[in-house]
Design a protein. Structure first.
Length: 180
């Protein structure tokens, strides 16, 4: 029998998805960390490189300097959506390795609701491992494993950037492309 959970071990929940009908690339993380949960916004930890990486992806090196709502609006305007693979879980701290007793988000339903979706990028190994299991092999959608934007993932920003910028081709508008 286990004792009561400490406050840091409380059940933690993901945020709502940030998507539109024009989303061509969906970036999926695992579950927001402590700094993000406190700030009630995606990727709030100051050392997380997500906003620099997505800035490079959308061709705006000053992207990380925009206020949060402007970043979300710019992502949507560029065809990029955000969500997490885990709906809620018990986790002590922010590390993915500490995720326990998780409940998945309904990724299949979200993917089915995005007619322009061309690719899903998994931000880190946990997101890829869990997300690929949840999604399976959706018809006509590329699944891309990305190096984690987390400060705990020790690859250089330049190495991460190269892989993330490789997703640009999925953002190119194709007038005739619609997955129905």
């Amino acid at each position: 029998m286990t004792g009561p959970r400490t406050p840091s071990e409380a059940r933690k929940s993901s945020f709502p998805p940030v998507v539109s009908a024009d989303t061509r690339l969906l970036l999926l993380g695992s579950l927001p960390g402590e700094a993000s949960l406190r700030a009630e916004r995606y990727y709030a930890h100051p050392q997380n490189q997500f906003w620099r990486l997505t800035g490079a992806l959308v061709g705006d090196e000053d992207f990380h300097l925009l206020d949060y709502q402007a970043r979300l609006a710019r992502l949507l305007a560029s065809g990029v959506g955000l969500w997490d693979v885990v709906a809620d879980a018990v986790r002590d701290g922010s590390l993915d390795a500490a995720i326990r007793d998780h409940r998945p988000n309904d990724l299949a339903a979200l993917v089915a609701s995005l007619p322009s979706l061309r690719a899903i990028g998994f931000n880190g190994g946990t997101a890829a491992r869990l997300g690929r299991r949840m999604i399976g092999a959706p018809q006509g959608i590329a699944l891309v494993d990305l190096p984690s934007s987390s400060p705990a993932f020790t690859r250089s920003l330049a190495e991460k950037r190269e892989k993330w910028v490789g997703l640009r081709g999925f953002l190119e508008p194709i007038a005739e492309f619609r997955r129905d």
